[in-house]
Design a protein around this ligand. Structure first.
Ligand code: ADP
Ligand code: MG
Length: 755
């Protein structure tokens, strides 16, 4: 079966050439029980390794069933071993992190045996070597003798024609040694068994042939004349599969091993978990910081017409230029992705402030309906002059003592309705955690919205402010006897006076000279107001004019010098001119990604749409970030990959013995690679799941971390998928590289290197 002709093997190490065996001639056949003896260093192990294809030889020729092997590549020897050889190694070569059962079963799994076959055969073999009760014990917890027996059971599990054993009884007491010798004798009946031993005594009654070695050469080769009779049981056992069919290891078994290897070394599992977590969090941190920076910069622009240019804001008007109706509002509020609807948009762009030092508040006007939540202090507004303020609780917005502000009356002014003042009572306060004045100092010099509060006002108050704003923002003209002039609502201009009846107007005496008769009273005038949104005209009869003497009598006011040139009308007429509905509203989307969809929907719904985000003039171009920060982030991410790669290689280095062992058991490269891949991919996905868990915990506010909130804010579902993909690709790359380094040398070479 095996023939060696002048075979020599040399070892090269550190420039010195040592001879392992030289010019060995040997014929071995099935049914032989060959014992090789000789003093230490005589070449026994070398001979055995050459026979079993674990090591190559340099000279001569070895024939396997008549085939030359000198031209064999490593893969040919691997195939040869898979087909013919089972080994019992001097150093056991067991997998310490597996149980006894798993070690023995592994050899059969590699051969592609079925689960049920494996189960009964392994149990049977463990019974034979006397290890039944240690089936589920980890090999690392066994004594030397027990390990030896596991190694023997494993070798027997593979139904091969040749079994080689290097010092199989070296670690056993004489009684168990005898049992092993018995076992080997039994199986030698229909196989070739080659045993190396320095303890010839134990085998001398059983061997059919004794070979003695010295200095790398065979010096004695004698047949004992003994013959082995195949026992009934064992001959039956092998009759069916005289030429055993070697199948491939099943994918299920590979998956099982991959999963087992992931978890069976807790320290390795945790270390790898940490590395993958490090990769996940630092790569996403880089990504998020670029996205955040871009977002911040795009908010730090300005718009010359709107002072609140939140990127989520869309300004709308009705296409027919009529005021919004309740139905309009309700339809929009019901639409998907609408975060809030600000009904009085004009007001939203003007800010309010107060006359008091204890309330330094400054913020945009919004509607009570748009409040993000119930007030933290105080209550919801009930009366028409009650308001709620939302702002950072840092002393700058809500004053040193926000509680003292509740229930107090203030004079509120706005920057949109000239010098009008409104008496308001602060009913409630919302402390804004996310916005603080510190944020606004970040963007110093920019007109950013962060750091500015919001005042929630009831409808009646908003309507009042809007009236004043239309008056202040529009153009009001008065036509008297064909002369047109512009008048400005407010002190010194057009003023409401209750002494003037509806439909009348009271003018200064200077208007008298415009008329031929010398007095203006009784003539009609036209008073018009025009804003961006509407035009309105009233015909008013001049009720008379006032002079120095008649001023107080006609107006009820005191000092003319403070009211020079004022024109008086009735409040109802004033309202007719200026108290109009809202012609402009703002829709805020829940996410900037939905802006375009919302724009289309609103346009189809009959509105004119202005997406504010598209009309922001940036001081810093986002392209600048792409040039500076993006490459930095990419570099850092690459560095992270390399660090992770080297750390993972270090961690996996200890696994080299494992892979060398499974190769010696005959596992082929694709299977080894698949098991390795499964292990790393599973590990990376577990790390990813842990990462997601942290994000989830932060989302439900179990843990607090600014970094985690940034992840939540800036990572889109697509980003999560990409991140998982990056991890998987990384796991694949690393396992690929690792495989290449493992398969650089032969199984034995790899084992020698690692062990
Ligand atoms: P034995 O098993 O009979 O003790 P070996 O086959 O292990 O003998 O060794 C035979 C010879 O080859 C010895 O001289 C030994 O020094 C040498 N040798 C064995 N293994 C190596 C090795 N890995 N590197 C270098 N020399 C080796
Ligand atoms: Mg040896």
């Amino acid at each position: 079966m095996i023939r060696l002709r002048n075979v020599s093997k040399y070892y090269y190490s550190k420039g010195i050439i040592a001879s392992g065996i030289s010019k060995v001639n040997l014929d071995l056949d099935v049914g032989e029980f060959v014992v090789i003896t000789g003093e230490s260093g005589s070449g026994k192990s070398t001979l055995l390794n050459v026979i079993s294809g674990l090591d190559t030889y340099e000279e001569g020729e070895m024939y396997i069933e008549g085939h030359e092997t000198s031209h064999y590549a490593a893969s040919d020897f691997e195939a040869y071993r898979r087909k013919y050889i089972s080994c019992i190694f001097q150093s056991f070569n067991l997998i310490n992190s597996y149980t006894v059962y798993q070690n023995v079963a592994l050899a059969m799994q590699i051969d592609g045996c079925e689960h049920s076959v494996i189960k009964s055969r392994v149990r049977e073999l463990l019974g034979k070597v006397g290890l039944s009760e240690f089936e589920n014990r980890k090999v690392s917890k066994l004594s030397g003798g027990q390990k030896q027996r596991v190694a023997i059971a494993r070798a027997l599990a593979r139904d091969t024609k040749i079994l080689v054993a290097d010092e199989p009884t070296g670690n056993l007491d004489s009684e168990s040694a005898e049992g092993i010798v018995e076992l080997l004798t039994e199986i030698a009946a229909d196989r070739l068994v080659v045993v190396v031993t320095h303890n010839f005594e134990q085998f001398k009654d059983r061997a059919t042939r004794v070979i003695k070695m010295h200095d790398g050469k065979i010096v004695e080769d004698t047949y004992t004349g003994r013959h082995l009779h195949a026992s009934a049981a064992s001959s039956q056992e092998h009759a069916a599969d005289d030429e055993p069919k070697r199948r491939h290891m099943s994918y299920a078994a590979q998956l099982g091993l991959g999963i087992r290897n992931t978890f069976n070394l807790p320290a390795k599992f945790l270390l790898l978990l940490l590395v993958f977590l490090f990769v996940t969090s630092s790569v996403s941190a880089q990504y998020v910081s670029v996205k955040k920076q871009r977002d911040t910069v795009s908010e730090q622009g300005t718009n010359f017409y709107f002072s609140n240019y939140d990127p989520k804001r869309i300004v709308i008007e009705r296409s027919d230029h009529q005021p919004f109706t309740r139905a309009d509002y309700e339809a929009i509020e019901k639409a998907p992705h609408v975060d809030k609807l600000v009904r009085n948009d004009m007001i939203y762009d003007s800010s309010v402030y107060f006359d008091s030092d204890d309330l330094p508040f400054n913020g945009y006007i919004s509607d009570v309906k748009c409040m993000s939540r119930k007030p933290d202090l105080g209550r919801m507004p009930e009366a028409d002059n009650e308001i709620v303020l939302e702002g950072a609780d840092d002393g700058w917005m809500l004053g040193e003592n926000p509680e003292a502000v509740i229930g107090k009356t203030y004079k509120m002014s706005t920057d949109g309705s000239s010098d009008a003042e409104y008496e308001v009572v602060v009913a409630g306060i919302i402390k804004d955690r996310d916005k603080s004045s510190e944020d606004s100092s970040d963007s110093e010099g920019f007109y950013a919205t962060s750091g500015v509060g919001t005042a929630y006002l009831p409808d009646a108050l908003i309507s009042k402010i809007r009236t004043d704003m239309y008056a202040a923002a529009g153009t009001t003209t008065l036509v008297v006897d064909g002369n047109e002039e512009e008048v400005v609502p407010g002190e010194g201009g057009l003023v409401v006076n209750s002494n003037v009846p509806e439909g009348y107007i009271l003018l200064p005496t200077s208007y008298d000279s415009m008329f031929d008769k010398g007095y203006a009273a009784g003539n009609l005038t036209k008073l018009s107001s025009k804003t961006l949104y509407y035009g309105e005209s009233l015909e008013l009869m001049i009720m008379g004019t006032y002079g120095e003497k008649t001023f107080t009598k006609k107006t009820g006011l005191k000092d003319l010098s403070e009211h020079n040139g004022e024109i008086y009308i009735n409040e109802t007429d004033f309202r007719r001119l200026y108290e109009k509905g809202s012609y402009q509203a703002s829709v805020f989307v829940d996410d900037t990604r939905n802006i375009n969809g919302m724009k289309d929907m609103l346009e189809r719904g009959g509105f004119e749409v202005l997406v504010l985000r598209d009309h922001i003039y940036n001081f810093i171009d986002t392209a600048l970030i792409d040039i500076i920060q993006l490459p930095m982030a990419v570099l850092v991410s690459i560095a992270v990959f390399f660090i992770a790669y080297f750390v993972i290689r270090l961690i996996l280095k200890s696994r080299g013995v494992y892979f060398a062992t499974v190769r010696m058991l005959g596992m082929d490269r694709p299977s080894v690679q698949r098991i390795m891949r499964i292990e790393l991919m599973l590990e990376s996905m577990i790390a990813y799941a842990v990462f997601l868990l942290f994000i989830y915990l932060s989302r439900i506010r179990v843990i607090h971390s600014d970094q985690l909130s940034d992840y939540i804010k800036y990572l889109s579902p697509r980003d999560y998928v990409i991140l998982a993909g990056i991890l998987l690709v990384m796991a694949l790359l690393i396992s690929g590289r690792f495989m290449r380094s493992i398969f650089k040398s032969s199984a034995m070479g790899a084992y020698r290197e690692e062990a």
